[in-house]
Write a protein that binds this ligand. Structure first.
Ligand code: NAG
Ligand code: NAG
Ligand code: NAG
Ligand code: NAG
Ligand code: NAG
Length: 470
């Protein structure tokens, strides 16, 4: 079967070659140089008027790579696995350029025209890289590529309004779609809804301002329910946009949503459908977000990044984190937190790591980190705060605390006896403080003093690279 098909394809190709009309240009002969099992076509210069003879690929290599070329139009390419034709100044891809092909990289060219009849067998194409072709405006050819798994359309000055709303309607095999670094300002509802096998959607570095209800409601065909949560692996990168509002029911299935560096002011309480089973949410860098009610509907969330948000607990309800039953990592670093309310973490029954680096915390009270149900806290990072004095006994009740980082505070005295009273503590960080060398020596017997990366003091009084007061 496969053999017969192959022959058919080849004869189709010969027919194409003989159909090329004679013009004023030269007729170029392309002969492969076999390098690393690839057919390499080097140093070819061809203008609009030049025509090509069929490529001589005597070694039957499955990859053709154009290197150091300047070609206006691709030559007809016979049955092949992959073609890499990036950065060769391509302007046009004509009718009948490809017979069967699985992977095509035409990134960083100057494409203006891509014929909807470029592929004899469009369903054979699995991977297509169109990135870096800002002059391509007609995407009619895309709609027949119904077996694509990987489509890269980054860096193309693209606006989604210019695409036909059905462009992706038949791409039910697509797993990766990259549209980062474009001019997308809104996401038409339904445009992505048929991408039921999607695993990665990159829309970072655009100008999206709002996520409407249903905009990312993709009902994944491979999602299944287990332990009460949907299991799926769809990651959205929406970082570096201008997103202010995410409306209710914006998302359906999603494993990871990166909203770093947007302008969020509101996230609907039901923005994430109850089937979302979101595991990672990155909100870093959204300095205006003040309402966190949506956190009550994320029972599968494992990691929450709320760093660089100008966040304080002032005016935030005591129960803000109460329903995050699966949360293991909470990142609140680089904020304006001065006080950590007692009990704020009490319901985080799965929490392992809490990062409070670079805040303005002065004081840690007994009970700040105590948990109602399970106490699983393994690491607390309180580095670069305003702590002058600390009662180290506050950490003793934390049964599993293994790492305590207090770099860059104003602590001058450590009570080694208190600190080492709970045997689970193993790593202790106290760089960039005013501690006495005497105290550090006392700790060495039972703890490992951990350094900040790339900070080893050797020219001042120190213990194992950690500066201290003699
Ligand atoms: C084109 O995009 C694909 C992923 O979609 C990537 O693997 C490939 O390296 C890209 N090509 C270039 C030349 O960057
Ligand atoms: C999308 O493309 C951009 C630019 O080429 C690249 O930096 C980014 O890593 C890609 N995203 C994914 C998910 O591969
Ligand atoms: C999810 O919400 C729908 C209605 O919006 C409801 O019928 C369903 O029971 C909810 N499922 C869970 C697991 O809460
Ligand atoms: C941070 O919050 C304070 C009030 O808590 C406000 O005065 C300040 O303008 C905010 N900064 C930014 C960058 O939004
Ligand atoms: C020395 C000391 O007080 N260690 C305590 C550390 O935590 C465990 C678990 O709660 C206690 O059993 C130890 O007594």
């Amino acid at each position: 079967m496969a053999g017969m098909w192959f022959v058919l394809v080849l004869s189709g190709c010969v027919a194409i070659a003989t159909l090329v009309p004679a013009t004023d240009g030269a007729i170029l002969r392309l002969t492969c140089e076999t390098v690393n099992d690839k057919c390499l076509l080097k140093n070819i210069y061809a203008t609009e008027d030049d025509r090509f003879k069929a490529i001589r690929n005597e070694g039957y290599q499955s990859v053709i790579e154009f290197f150091d070329c300047h070609i206006h139009t691709l030559p007809p390419i016979p049955y092949i696995g992959k073609v890499k034709a990036d950065a060769i100044n391509l302007v046009r891809i004509e009718e009948n350029t490809f017979s069967t092909i699985r992977g095509l990289d035409v990134s960083y060219n100057r494409l203006r025209e891509f014929s909807p009849k470029a592929f004899e067998y469009p369903s054979e194409l699995l991977e297509l890289n169109l990135s870096g072709n800002p002059t391509l405006k007609d995407f009619a050819f895309l709609s027949q590529l119904d077996h694509l798994t990987d489509l890269n359309m980054a860096d193309m000055k693209l606006e989604l309004e210019l695409l036909d709303s059905g462009t992706f309607a038949d791409m039910s095999y697509l797993t990766r779609l990259n549209m980062s670094d474009n001019r997308i300002s809104s996401v038409p509802v339904g445009m992505f809804s048929s991408l039921t096998r999607l695993e990665r959607l990159d829309l970072s570095r655009n100008s999206i301002t709002r996520i409407a209800p249903g905009a990312f409601a993709i009902d994944l065909s491979y999602a299944y329910e287990e332990y009460g949560f949907f299991q799926q692996s769809l990651d959205f990168d929406l970082s570096y946009n201008n997103i202010g509002i995410i409306e209710n029911h914006a998302f359906m299935h999603a494993r990871r949503i990166d909203l770093r560096n947007n302008k969020l002011i509101g996230i609907g309480q039901y923005a994430f459908n109850n089937q979302t089973a979101l595991r990672t949410l990155v909100l870093a860098g959204n300095v205006q977000l003040k309402n966190f009610d949506f956190l009550h509907n994320l029972p599968a969330l494992h990691q929450l990044d709320m760093s660089r948000m100008n966040f304080t607990f002032e005016g935030v309800p005591r129960n803000v984190f109460d329903d995050l039953d699966s949360l293991t990592t909470l990142i609140l670093s680089h904020n304006q937190i001065t006080e950590v309310p007692i009990g704020i973490f009490a319901e985080l029954q799965s929490l392992n790591f809490i990062n409070l680096r670079h805040n303005k915390i002065k004081h840690i009270e007994f009970g700040t980190f105590s948990m109602r149900k399970y106490d699983l806290i393994d690491e607390i990072d309180l580095s670069y705060n305003d702590i002058k004095e600390l009662n180290f006994l506050v950490f003793v009740p934390l049964k599993y605390l293994k790492t305590l980082l207090l770099h860059g505070n104003k602590i001058s005295y450590i009570n080694a006896k208190q600190l080492t009273r709970n045997k689970s503590l193993f790593n202790f960080g106290i760089q960039n403080s005013n501690v006495r060398c005497y105290d550090l020596v006392d700790l060495l017997g039972s703890l490992k003093l951990v350094l900040e990366p790339n900070e080893f003091i050797s020219d001042l009084p120190n213990i194992d690279g950690i500066r201290c007061q003699p």
